[in-house]
Design a protein around this ligand. Structure first.
Ligand code: P6P
Length: 304
């Protein structure tokens, strides 16, 4: 029956965000407008990633980013799209992007009250082989948008007010939290809309998967090495855990959120402060993990 194939009461991401906004009667809808512009950026990147191979968007753009990584054309394109979308939303005053050496302070005429920290295309070294990649973002409120300084951007992760990621893979999935749980949406390309497919995501309490780059094992400190050893050779009679490591944080975290287990990128002799970037990888993913009932730790305790 036609009725079976066409759901007529779609929970789109826009409708969900508006529902969330209605929980805050004092809200002027600024976050709703900001998120709608982030969603636009994700739709654009999803389209570009899907065409990358055909449109010769893979390969190096010849520039390097602040981490000295070769920038692929998709990196540059994605960054430009998100910067333009965020600035034109009129709801941001400062942007921190993994692809830009300096923070972007928005023209005072277009300023809003939010700071967005984002990695427009995380895991981009995987573009050429078709492995899932993603956009990661975290949102803070800035006390005084007109006199915002870089110091104000460096807020603790616990002050983040919203976070999310968009994974560009076999399907395009956007996972979002505005502080009231975590929800997942899948892009319906025929509609150009993100439809809720994963309501109220909660990480399974027990997981059988550990996710780490074992290639760094010789650089690990003893506690890390002992923990991973226990995953492989449990001493309590339980069966060994399975290792799954994609090397694209969005994909590894998404699998962990849905299937349970642990994802870790421990500090080691090669990267004494760890490799993952705090502002636009660690804090946003920690926000989501905790909102989904999980936990997030640095080597010295819970992520602040
Ligand atoms: P490695 C991608 O460059 C990234 O920042 C994350 O997406 C990913 O989890 C990590 O680096 C992979 O690092 O050293 O295991 O290749």
């Amino acid at each position: 029956h036609a009725a079976d194939t066409f759901r007529t009461d779609l929970m789109t991401i826009t409708r969900h965000v508006l529902n969330e906004q209605s929980r805050h009667p004092e809200s002027r809808g600024d976050l709703t407008i900001l998120l709608s512009h982030i969603v636009l950026g994700c739709k654009f990147v999803a389209s570009a990633v899907n065409k990358a191979g055909l449109a010769k968007l893979t390969g190096l753009a010849g520039e390097t980013n602040v981490q000295g990584e070769e920038q692929k054309k998709l990196d540059v394109l994605s960054n430009e799209v998100f910067v333009n979308a965020l600035v034109s939303s009129g709801r941001t005053c400062v942007l921190v992007s993994e692809e830009d050496e300096k923070a972007t302070f928005v023209d005072p005429k277009l300023r809003g009250k939010y700071c967005v920290c984002f990695d427009p295309l995380d895991g981009s070294s995987n573009i050429d082989c078709g492995v899932s990649i993603g956009t990661i973002f975290g949102i803070y409120m800035i006390k005084n948008q007109d006199t915002v300084t870089l110091e104000e951007v460096l807020q603790p992760g616990k002050d983040m007010i919203a976070a999310g990621y968009c994974m560009y893979g076999s399907s395009c999935t956007l996972v979002l939290s505005t502080g009231n749980g975590v929800n997942g949406f899948t892009l319906d390309p025929s509609l150009g809309e993100f439809i809720m497919t994963h309501p109220d995501i909660k990480i399974p309490p027990k997981g059988k998967i550990y996710s780490v780059n074992e290639g760094n094992a010789k650089n690990w400190d003893t506690p890390t090495a002992k923990y991973v050893e226990k995953c492989k050779y449990p001493t309590d009679g339980s069966s060994p855990k399975s290792l799954r490591y994609i090397g694209s944080m969005v994909a590894d975290v998404h699998r962990t959120l849905l299937y349970g287990g642990i994802f870790l990128y421990p500090a080691d002799k090669k990267s004494p402060s760890g490799k993952l970037r705090v502002m636009y990888e660690v804090f946003p993913m920690s926000f989501l993990m905790e909102e989904a009932g999980g936990q997030s730790f640095t080597g010295k305790g819970r992520v602040a």
